[in-house]
Design a protein around this ligand. Structure first.
Ligand SMILES: Nc1ncnc2c1ncn2[C@@H]1O[C@H](COP(=O)(O)OP(=O)(O)OP(=O)(O)O)[C@@H](O)[C@H]1O
Length: 234
């Protein structure tokens, strides 16, 4: 079982408090995070992955301090962002996948072997030397997923990976996520995607507004979203 221990995290961007004293113990395999734009979801995702340094508090994933033990964090938590271009840095698919494996300390030879393994698993050996720049957004998201899986993390954080994808591409990618053995923490604006998850956490203004099963939390969340104002005129 994977345990994510978020201990009293506060994070500020200048004067703006994005997360305010958030504590959570997460052990479920499928966890959804919902909330309005700007409520703090992505900030929490980055804290869970050790990508930002909270002003106070810490995150332990299976006892790994993800901020301060970067080598151990790399094969403990992975993240897939909304925009694959924020993630992909290498020109070809094999280089991109291999880079993550090398980060774990693998030799060039081992990185190559594991890159081939993951390409085969996804039936995408023909992608190895193809330039990512020619790929569609859905294909790039799959490259990101393969790169993350090649590092064999225990937890994968999905930060709205489906936005901008058409319905068939979204469905195809979703099928890949559903089958993963890893624990998933899935940030989404689409409650339908996470209705059958084990746990759903609703964040507002950097705090936990509700936490429970989707059946328990979603009705209030959806009612609040229906009643809410955008806060500005379009
Ligand atoms: N780089 C930044 N600099 C300054 N403020 C930021 C920065 N990133 C986020 N914020 C602010 O922090 C708050 C939380 O942002 P965050 O991106 O975590 O929200 P979110 O729930 O993921 O939003 P969305 O659903 O729009 O992606 C918002 O008020 C946002 O404007």
């Amino acid at each position: 079982m994977t345990t994510i221990n978020i201990q009293s995290i506060t994070y500020k961007y200048g004067d703006r408090t994005a997360l305010s004293n958030v504590s959570l113990k997460l052990t479920e395999r499928r966890i959804a995070i919902v909330g309005r734009n700007g409520s703090g979801k992505s900030t929490l995702a980055q804290a869970i992955c050790g990508l930002i340094k909270p002003d106070s508090g810490k995150v332990l994933v299976n006892d790994v301090d993800v901020l301060n033990d970067r080598p151990a964090a790399l094969n403990t938590v992975g993240i897939i962002f909304q925009n694959p271009d924020h993630q992909i840095i290498f020109p070809t698919v094999a280089e991109e996948i291999g880079f993550g494996i090398r980060q774990l300390g693998a030799s060039k030879h081992d990185a190559k072997t594991r890159t081939v393994e993951v390409l085969k698993r996804f039936n995408r050996m023909d992608w190895a030397d193809r330039p990512v720049s020619n790929f569609s957004q859905g294909q790039r998201q799959l490259v990101c997923l393969m790169s993350v899986l090649a590092m064999a993390p225990k937890v994968i954080v999905l930060d709205e990976p489906f936005s901008g994808l058409d319905i068939p591409t979204k469905r195809a990618l979703q099928k890949r996520f559903v089958g993963l053995e890893q624990s998933l923490i899935h940030i989404t604006h689409d409650p339908e995607l996470v209705r059958d998850y084990d746990r759903l956490i609703w964040i507002e203004n950097g705090e936990i507004a509700a936490d429970g099963t989707p059946d328990a939390v979603l009705p209030d969340f959806l009612a609040a979203m229906e009643a809410a104002d955008a806060g500005f005129d379009l």
